[in-house]
Design a protein around this ligand. Structure first.
Ligand code: F6R
Length: 606
């Protein structure tokens, strides 16, 4: 959420910052700005997209030191003045910031009384004024930044430059990620490796409380008490190609289409044909410990939480351990009872979602054992957990999650198989699940081939004022995720309900104006689901059925038929037509598919 880029080196910083901001735009896209240091600070910032900023940056913005930002507004509406960077009154200090400063109002009042002139409504601007006050007496910019940060309550990832120290950038992190990129006689920093991979794949992640000083010839990192810390650079696997649209019109369609490969990557090397188990070395648990858990509690936010509901169902069915999922954002605030025989599982594509990270930290503080199911290697949540499963789905750039959702469900199937096979899941059932998992990539390809049919259906239903999504047991999280996808990218209102609950209230909404997408797999609940469809049709409701067979036209107006797998794995396949439905509805309504309004990728604020 919000993007930061910084550069120091022999090249012109402006094009590097603009390119980096373009790569980070999915994290915030309401305004953007850059500052270049060259005999004073030169700044441009605009309300709008990075392309608008690029058009506004003059060619005379030369110089090898600069910082840039693309914003998702928290304090103050999107506007030119509220865009970052923010300068001190004497225009000596420039700051870009991700996160939230909770005591900004109090600090602002003090600074104003002391003569600072604030231009924006942002919380960030207190930082530039605070640092400007301390830098005068400090021996270094880092000392001034550290002194200013001591007065801050809240979260931050920041980059700071000082017009009077033209060869260095100071960055610091507390709750919002900062990654350093190590180049040849040049250094970069960013809030996400996406902005760095075009220039270097050698990176260093800052920990909370750490600060770094970057100069063209290298970097130094320091803990909050000013002690120097030693950091080992990591090599990132992802390269610039992973961040291109690859010829697709939108990242979202590219990411939906990648699912045969991304699911195959999540499975690669993890299925064992001899014992019909899953190899998950990253769990860091032996069989005895794995057997000792009596409960599984899954936490995540948004689509990650819905994939966690699929995961809970899989674990209960395959391992017969009571399991449930809860939004991490709720879990962390209700002072949860943490039990030693519960296995906690945190899910996150980005590995940065603040609510999920804070929930993991709360669990760790209370002695809970936490596994992470995470896509981004080396991310904060991955580092915080005791072990886990990486998805290996590659970077997800579109704001709406698709391939990470299916890969998470697949990772849960592996975890459930693993937990089941150290308990009572028979070798025969283990084998059945292994074989089912192996069939998934090919079956996803078959579903993707239905795109023309789904596109037509999307055009038919996209203009409905509202849509209902229903499913039962395994189908319910699929319905929830389908409704979430539709509303977030097409802005069509959608509700998801367990099909069994419809007649307890929401049936009152059903009529010709509110079509229903019904998830109807060919499982033990088929007859019950068909009865629900009859009830909807009897009230004049239109029905789009997604399942394994074509329904009687009396029960459904339209059907999307997906291939059968093992019933436990059905939710994975049933989710995919709903992604395509949401995508094509958003296209039909001419929405900004990859950057839906009001949203941003990676929610690093509370
Ligand atoms: C919806 C979506 C969000 C994320 C949620 C968690 O399409 O993308 O609901 O799933 O913000 O994000 P991660 O998985 O990065 O923790």
């Amino acid at each position: 959420m919000c993007g930061i880029v910084a550069y120091v080196g022999p090249k012109d910083a402006a094009p590097i910052l603009l390119e980096g901001l373009q790569r980070l735009e999915y994290r915030g896209y309401d305004s953007a700005g850059v500052v270049i240091s060259n005999k004073g600070l030169k700044m441009r910032k605009v309300k709008g997209r990075v392309a608008d900023l690029a058009a506004a940056v003059p060619a005379r913005f030369k110089g090898g030191l600069g910082i840039g930002h693309t914003r998702w507004a928290t304090h103050g509406a999107p506007s030119d003045v509220n865009a970052h960077p923010h300068l001190s009154t004497d225009e000596r200090i420039a700051v870009v910031h991700n996160g939230i400063i909770e005591n900004a109002d109090e600090l602002r009042a003090k600074l104003e009384a002391d003569g600072a002139v604030f231009l924006s409504e942002t919380d960030t601007e207190v930082l530039s004024h605070l640092i400007a006050r301390t830098v005068v007496e400090a021996d270094s910019l880092e000392e001034a930044v550290r002194a200013a940060l001591k007065r801050i309550v809240g979260t931050y990832g920041i980059a700071v430059i000082d017009a009077q120290r033209p060869g260095e950038v100071v960055v610091a992190r507390n709750g919002s990620p900062i990654v350093l990129g190590i180049g040849e006689k040049e250094m970069f920093a960013a809030s996400d490796v996406a902005a760095l991979v075009r220039y270097t794949r050698q990176v260093v992640h800052l920990e909370d409380g750490e600060l770094a000083v970057l100069k063209a010839d290298g970097f130094h990192t320091f803990a909050s008490d000013a002690r120097e810390t030693a950091k080992e650079p990591l090599t990132v696997d992802w390269d610039a190609g992973h961040y291109d649209t690859g010829g697709y019109e939108h990242y979202l369609l590219k990411e939906i289409s990648e699912q045969p490969e991304t699911v195959a990557r999540t499975l690669r090397g993890r299925l064992d044909d001899r014992f019909h188990i899953a190899h998950l070395g990253g769990l860091n648990m032996d069989a005895r410990e794995t057997r000792s858990f009596r409960r599984v509690k899954i936490i995540g936010c948004g689509s990650a939480y819905y994939s966690g509901q699929i995961g809970a169902q899989l674990i209960e069915e395959l391992a017969r351990i009571p399991a449930d999922a809860e939004p991490a954002s709720e879990f962390r605030y209700r002072s949860p009872v943490v039990e030693p025989d519960t296995l906690y599982v945190a899910i996150s594509q980005s590995g940065e979602t603040y609510d999920t990270l804070a929930a993991v930290q709360e669990l760790k503080r209370k002695g809970g054992r936490v596994l992470g199911i995470v896509n981004t290697v080396g991310s904060a949540i991955a580092r915080e957990c005791d072990g886990g499963v990486y998805l290996h789905a590659g970077p997800e750039v579109s704001v709406a999650s698709t391939k990470a959702f299916t890969s998470t469900a697949v990772a849960f199937a592996l975890l459930a198989l693993h937990l089941g096979r150290v308990r009572d899941l028979s070798p025969a059932d283990g084998r059945r699940i292994c074989e089912g998992l192996r069939r998934l990539p090919g079956q996803i390809k078959e579903i993707l081939a239905l795109e023309p049919q789904i596109e037509e259906l999307a055009r038919k239903y996209a203009h409905s004022p509202s849509m209902m999504f229903v499913g039962r047991v395994r189908g319910y999280p699929v319905a929830r995720e389908g409704a979430q996808k539709l509303k977030e990218i097409s802005y069509v209102h959608a509700e998801a309900y367990p099909a069994s609950e419809l007649k307890h209230g929401p049936l009152a909404l059903i009529g010709p104006e509110m079509p229903t997408v019904a998830i109807v797999p060919d499982d033990e609940l088929l007859d019950k689901n068909l009865t629900t469809l009859g009830e909807i049709r009897a009230r004049g409701g239109r029905v789009l059925m997604v399942g394994h067979r074509t329904a009687d036209p009396k029960l459904a107006d339209d059907c999307v038929v997906v291939p059968r797998n093992e019933t436990e794995l059905d939710p994975i396949l049933l989710s995919i037509p709903l992604q395509l439905l949401a995508y094509h509805a958003a296209v039909a309504l001419e929405r900004d598919v990859d950057k839906p309004r009001n949203l941003a990728k990676s929610v690093t604020v509370e």
